[in-house]
Design a protein around this ligand. Structure first.
Ligand SMILES: C[S@@+](CC[C@H](N)C(=O)[O-])C[C@H]1O[C@@H](n2cnc3c(N)ncnc32)[C@H](O)[C@@H]1O
Length: 242
């Protein structure tokens, strides 16, 4: 099975902006999410965006006055971020998000891990390590914000086929398969070429991480945690270091 990094580099990265409705619409949606967060110290603060992708949150953050450290393992998505950011203060680093602390030059006012990125981690121990590192990297009053999908309830039968986006030239459908602690996400991509439709399929593993379990880990290291409804059916956790 492909790792998340390979799945993105060989399959998903080239259609990711399209999947999100195009850059303009995605950045507008990201800006609305950022505005709702009312992050401490913005403008002016350093914010680390872990698994930043093409900058759906990093770019609106920088537009609102933050200096952003954007970390992602996909060079293609970071390349798009770099094109979209213009002169905005976003520093792009191609790295594993678990290593984010080694790229910080000062304590960040906030750390974000948005868009279901945390479930891309390989196992629960990696999530625990991320939570501990985020707590120790933040100053008092700093926040760690995560948005994730709750895969703890299994979809069954036809409900496991999820139409993601389609237009005249492309169709993307997800198929979900469950194991005890993971969901295998099959991304089925149909592209229309001059000679007809071409189908490519790739799959990768996401953690089934019940939000209550993540909240327990966040609270165990010392965060005060607020659970809210995120966009598109995601769960948003706002963890503040007291
Ligand atoms: C679902 S996308 C979310 C992107 C962005 N946060 C957003 O909301 O649009 C997950 C992103 O995390 C990145 N990613 C996954 N695992 C990673 C890891 N271990 N280290 C760094 N980036 C990772 C992927 O390349 C991808 O850009």
């Amino acid at each position: 099975m492909a790792t998340a990094a390979i799945h993105y580099s060989q399959h998903l990265a080239r259609v990711y902006v399209w999947m999100c409705g195009g850059a303009a619409a995605a950045l507008q949606a990201g800006a609305a999410e950022i505005a709702a967060l009312d992050l401490p110290g913005c403008p002016g603060a350093l914010v680390a965006d872990l698994g930043a992708g093409f900058g759906m949150h990093a770019i609106p953050l920088a537009r609102s006055g933050a200096r952003v450290l954007a970390i992602d393992s996909s060079p293609m998505l970071l390349g798009t971020l770099d094109e979209l950011r213009g002169d905005l203060p976003v520093r792009c680093i191609e790295a594993d998000l678990l290593s984010f602390r080694s790229h910080l030059t000062e304590a960040p006012g906030a750390i974000l891990c948005m868009g279901d990125t945390v479930t891309h981690l390989p196992e629960l121990a990696a999530v625990e390590s991320l939570v501990e590192t985020a707590f120790s990297a933040l100053p008092r009053g700093g926040v760690f914000v995560l948005t994730l999908r709750d895969y703890s309830v299994r979809l069954a039968g036809d409900c496991r086929f999820i139409p993601v986006r389609s237009d005249d030239a492309r169709i993307l459908t997800c198929f979900l398969e469950y194991t005890a602690d993971a969901v295998i996400v099959h991304d089925i991509l149909h592209d229309r070429n001059p000679d007809g439709w071409h189908t490519r399929v790739s799959h990768y593993r996401k953690l089934r991480l019940p939000p209550a379990r993540l909240i327990n880990r966040l609270e165990a290291v010392g965060f005060d945690v607020r659970r809210e409804a995120g966009v598109g059916g995601m769960v948003r956790l706002v963890a503040r270091k007291p």
